[in-house]
Design a protein around this ligand. Structure first.
Ligand code: HEM
Length: 510
């Protein structure tokens, strides 16, 4: 009876003149929308997963465990800052280390903190695409290697890059360039020797940028040179990093996209023509148009990708050396034995500097520049991961930071122990960080693994060897070394490292 009265009442409302019915209709629709939002939200993994499961029917009902987050926005908060730490903590609390589902607004996401599942994701052909952020589109990076869709175009770009930058012959050919830049860095620090407190970040970023500009455009800048072109490229790269590293709400909530509340879209729209003009100008000047538009599509990305990872990693390594003087003096002993104090390091020494190589790996383990492997992967088709159904369009992440600190896979994982990577002349093969063992794969793995990994690691190891060979690296006495992190495009030291350097040998022609 009550129901009849209610329906009569609703009927009466609707049949009244349209003015008085509208508010009730809006209210009813609002309530329906709210109920649906709560229904979706109640699902493990939150609203985006709930929406999928309610729409796709019983076939896909075995749910991946994961946090619900908040209605509608899901777990956007997990990506707010130091996402690798927040995601690891969430996976722990949901007992979902192998595979955790979560929602970033309307985006379905999964993340793994386990090497076996990481291998399954990274090496699967299903995850050969990347989700393209608005910032990447606006900066036209969807046409660059890092974001291009898997297919003929992407393969062609990777082949061009391999032939012009990353193959062993090219890496060998740029040895002299790395040597010259290392000498410039040594001279810069030498001028600040003694008890002067020096920030290393600016020197490392400039060195790294100059190295890339030299390799990609043939442009040679001095480390301390300041002219309009150097300043312009530095500003463009800084702005680009920041924009690509930001979590953009518009990528995950269609209804806020038009508002561009974080002004990321606007800033990208302003930056893109500047980058284009800059790159176009240099290419035109050098008559490199033969590389055509395809060449142009990947060169600017190389500058963005290659510069910060190298500088960020070297800063972490130097910070560890300052903190762990015992490890630093073992590296010094090795350098004295292999190189000797009468000359500087050369790249031909590197194969003998096994302890130094172990130090670099240990820093990559504890402080990977891309703790979530920088850019996620996107499922091209429906697939199964770790026994769970993962639908097409799902974003997949690997929490390399969590894996490489997990006591299940590493002895005393939080201890800085480079010796764990020494094979002591046994038959044990050297641990490769290039993606074959997913307990430590800071360059990713599979089809979309980092194409710059050999070049990157060669540069880092050689520059670190040169800087440690020439100087003792000491705390600056006032600031100390703060290992707090900040996650932008890469995970950097939140408080830039300041040091004092004492020369270990006299430098000719400082
Ligand atoms: C220490 C140095 C570096 C680290 C730790 C690093 C790390 C990474 C990681 C984790 C990825 C994602 C891989 C995946 O999804 O499996 C990546 C991709 C990429 N990296 Fe690196 N990288 C470094 C240096 C470089 C350098 C020097 C360059 C170029 C000059 C470069 C260019 C790229 C490009 C173009 C991609 C996208 C590849 C694709 O999507 O096909 N990287 N890097």
């Amino acid at each position: 009876m009550k129901t009849q009265v209610e329906s009569l009442w609703v009927f009466a409302l609707v049949s009244q003149d349209s003015f008085s019915a509208w508010p009730w209709l809006v209210l009813l629709m609002g309530l329906a929308w709210l109920s649906l939002a709560l229904l979706y939200w109640a699902h493990p993994g939150g609203p985006a997963w709930g929406r999928f499961h309610w729409r796709s029917g019983p076939a896909a009902r075995r749910s991946i465990p994961g946090p619900r987050g908040l209605p509608i926005v899901g777990s956007m908060g997990l990506m707010a800052s130091l996402a690798h730490r927040r995601l690891a903590a969430a996976a722990d609390s949901c007992a979902a280390k192998r595979l955790m589902a979560f929602s970033l607004g309307e985006t379905r996401a999964v993340v793994t903190c386990h090497p076996d599942v990481a291998k399954e994701i990274l090496t699967s052909s299903v995850f050969a695409d990347r989700p393209v952020k608005e910032s990447a589109y606006k900066l036209m990076f969807n046409r660059a290697i890092g974001f291009a869709k898997y297919g003929v175009y992407w393969t062609t770009l990777r082949r061009i890059a391999a032939n012009h930058l990353f193959c062993p012959k090219q890496i060998k050919a740029s040895e002299n360039q790395r040597q010259q830049i290392a000498d410039q860095m040594v001279r810069t620090f030498w001028r600040n020797r003694g008890n002067i407190s020096t920030r290393v970040r600016e020197v490392l970023k400039r060195a790294s940028l100059n190295n890339l500009m030299w390799s990609v455009f043939g442009r040679v800048y001095g480390l301390e040179e300041s002219n309009n072109e150097v300043e312009e490229v530095r500003k463009l790269v800084e702005e680009g990093y920041e924009l690509l590293g930001l979590v953009n709400w518009s990528d995950h909530l269609r209804w806020v996209a038009d508002f561009d509340a974080q002004r990321i879209g606007l800033r990208c729209s302003n930056l893109a023509p500047k980058v284009n003009r800059f790159v176009g100008g240099i290419l035109a000047e050098h008559r490199q148009k033969t590389a055509g538009e395809r060449g142009r599509d990947f060169v600017d990305e190389m500058i963005f990708r290659g510069t910060d990872t190298i500088a960020v990693l070297i800063e972490w390594i130097l910070a560890k050396m300052v903190l762990r003087q015992d490890v630093q003096s073992t590296v010094h002993d090795e350098l004295d034995r292999v190189v000797g104090r009468s000359r500087s390091v050369s790249e031909s020494d590197m194969s003998e500097l096994v302890y130094l190589s172990a130090v670099v790996k240990e820093v990559l383990r504890l402080h990977p520049p891309g703790p979530l492997l920088s850019w996620a992967r996107l499922a091209i088709t429906d697939t199964t991961i770790d026994g769970y159904h993962v639908p097409k369009g799902t974003t997949a992440m690997v929490n390399m930071w969590a894996i490489s600190r997990d006591p299940e896979f590493w002895v005393d994982p939080l201890e800085f122990m480079p010796q764990r990577f020494l094979t002591h002349g046994s038959n044990e093969p050297e641990f490769s960080v290039f993606g074959s063992d997913l307990r430590l794969a800071p360059f990713g793995s599979g089809r979309r693994t980092c194409p710059g990994k050999t070049l990157g690691l060669t540069t880092v190891c050689f520059w670190v060897a040169s800087l440690l060979h020439e100087f003792e690296w000491l705390p600056d006495g006032q600031n100390g070394v703060d290992l707090s992190e900040v996650l932008r495009l890469s995970c950097e030291m939140a408080n830039p490292l300041t040091v004092m350097v004492h020369p270990r040998r006299s430098i000719i022609n400082p």
